[in-house]
Write a protein that binds this ligand. Structure first.
Ligand code: NAI
Length: 251
């Protein structure tokens, strides 16, 4: 927004968790949530501890080095969020990985890894946050689906399956949480310029950019803006949805 437009601190006093926040969409989201006044816990793998610490310091949040697939991750999250912060209001399940292979080369390991990070770890974390009461009433859950989960994508049978799963997950979860005022929504970005897509072949990246009606890749902050809205009190009327954020209206 132009600098002259005053910002409303919609998230003052709220606690937010962003997984996969060392870089990319997660880092941009943590930054926007902090700008809205949230106390932000930025989580990422111990291997990225340095980058995570730098991002957390820049954003003014707290770093939590934790692999979401670790067996004790759900308990650690409860301990951190309920124990240290008294609860959590906004959870952004952003951590995700690709293990792209053509169908002929797809391996069981590539399936297992992608299912573990992109789906199983999310469900386990949610179960723990709900069962422990760490997630407060009026809470906001936001999930990173993908255009790949809506339309599929070459070499991504495993990834597309997990991203489609989240669309069904929020739809089924939302009515269960509505009595507590909790909203659960997913966002489905198209091609966003991050480290995740930088390792794709050049041709794949070009196709990704051109599928966007703006003929360019999206930016992490574009998605962060939408996630921040879905994480705010004002999004109380939206739940169970998957919002496409990709400029790919025709898919
Ligand atoms: P990225 O690779 O730049 O960032 C993902 C972060 O998640 C990394 O910092 C990584 O260390 C972290 N992470 C991975 N496994 C983890 C684990 N086991 N525990 C904790 N943290 C872990 O990727 P990007 O592009 O920022 O993606 C963020 C999310 O957005 C992902 O879920 C991705 O699938 C989704 N997405 C990305 C799109 C894109 O074009 N970049 C398009 C659609 C969805």
């Amino acid at each position: 927004a132009p600098a002259s437009v005053p910002r409303v601190s919609a998230l003052r006093g709220r606690v937010a968790l962003v997984t996969g926040a060392a870089r990319g969409i997660g880092a941009a989201t943590a930054e926007r949530l902090a700008q809205e006044g949230a106390r932000v816990v930025l989580l990422d793998v111990p291997a990225l501890q340095e980058a995570l610490g730098a991002t957390a310091a820049r954003v003014g949040g707290e770093a939590l080095a934790l692999d979401v697939t670790a067996p004790d991750a759900p308990a650690r999250l409860v301990e951190e969020l309920k124990g240290r912060h008294g609860g959590v209001d906004v959870v952004v399940h952003n951590a995700g990985i690709t293990r792209d292979r053509t169908l002929a080369k797809m391996t069981p390991e590539a399936w297992d890894q992608v299912l573990a990070v992109n789906l199983a770890a999310i469900v386990a974390a949610d179960d723990a946050l709900l069962a422990s009461g760490a997630l407060r009433d009026e809470g906001r859950l936001v999930y990173l689906s993908s255009i790949s989960g809506v339309a599929g994508n070459f070499g991504q049978t495993n990834y597309a399956a997990t991203k489609a799963a989240l669309i069904g997950y929020v739809a089924a979860l939302a009515p269960r949480l509505a009595p507590r005022g909790i909203c659960a929504n997913a966002v489905a970005p198209g091609f966003i310029e991050t480290a995740m897509v930088a390792k794709m072949p050049l041709m794949t990246r070009e196709v990704g950019r051109r599928l966007n009606s703006l003929s360019q890749g999206g930016l992490p902050r574009d998605v962060a803006e939408l996630i921040t809205f879905l994480g705010s009190p004002g999004a109380y009327g939206l739940t169970g949805n998957t919002v496409r954020a990709c400029g790919q209206g025709l898919i």
